[in-house]
Ligand binder design. Sequence first.
Ligand SMILES: [Zn+2]
Length: 294
Amino acid sequence: MTAPMLGDRFATTHRFGLGAFEVTAVLDGNVPRDAVKPPFCLDLDDADIRALAEASHVPADRFEHPCVPTLVNTGTELVLFDVGFGERGQPGRTGLLRDRMAEAGYAPEDVDLVVFTHVHPDHILGVRIGDAPAFPNARYAISQVEFDAWTSGDTLPASRAENRRMFLDLIVPLADRMTFLAPGDSVAPGITAMEAYGHSPGHMMFMIEDGGKQVLLWGDVTNHYVFSLRVPEARVVFDDDPDKAIATRKRVLDMVATDRIPVIGHHMPFPALGYVDRHAGSYRWEAASYQMRL
Ligand SMILES: [Zn+2]
């Protein structure tokens, strides 16, 4: 008897405890991309990109972009950071957050608060299913700077015109259920908003702390575990203000490497949890293993 070929299989949910909190990563999906430059390493020549890719055991001409929303159960609230592609995903490949939340034990109705790190499509499209809210009992929170910048549109690059239409359609109508965040604001007890501007005008990251443990959910401070960390000073197509994004990336990488803070990154390899080490004049992603369970 010959066993059938079953196709690729990989983890799509992951949960760990942080103090009395529970943190659950859910893979909304993997987006295949057919080039590394662009979007990454705009300042590097092709030979340097090939050398970096080869040394890091990844292809130099394509990559897979994981999108990983995160749920934090504080014991009093279930907080969801970013909402994936929803119905606008590629069927069977992205937009799978709600299905996979069910595998992890949560219904859409369980979410009390949706927090947007920023409003790029992969972080907001899943907020509505048809005409109905995808998380019907949720309030919302977003950076005030982000909301204002996308409302006015004045500082956005021209390439974000379609993205701005998505924002006006999906996010602006939520304003009456929205909390507008400034850096330092508490989103929920143990969850603090922090400024990480540049990737988008008001992009925010969030320190999550309980019981003497902490993890930094940094959204899109980095967009690739090799190219963003090994060459943090390179311009990236995804960054709306490249210079500010580079300054933020370098500041945050320095902080988490110095303070040895574990990180949740929306586009880091699933389960999007790891550490940042200094390496060869820049940084290297060190995927977490069992640290959170011990
Ligand atoms: Zn993103």
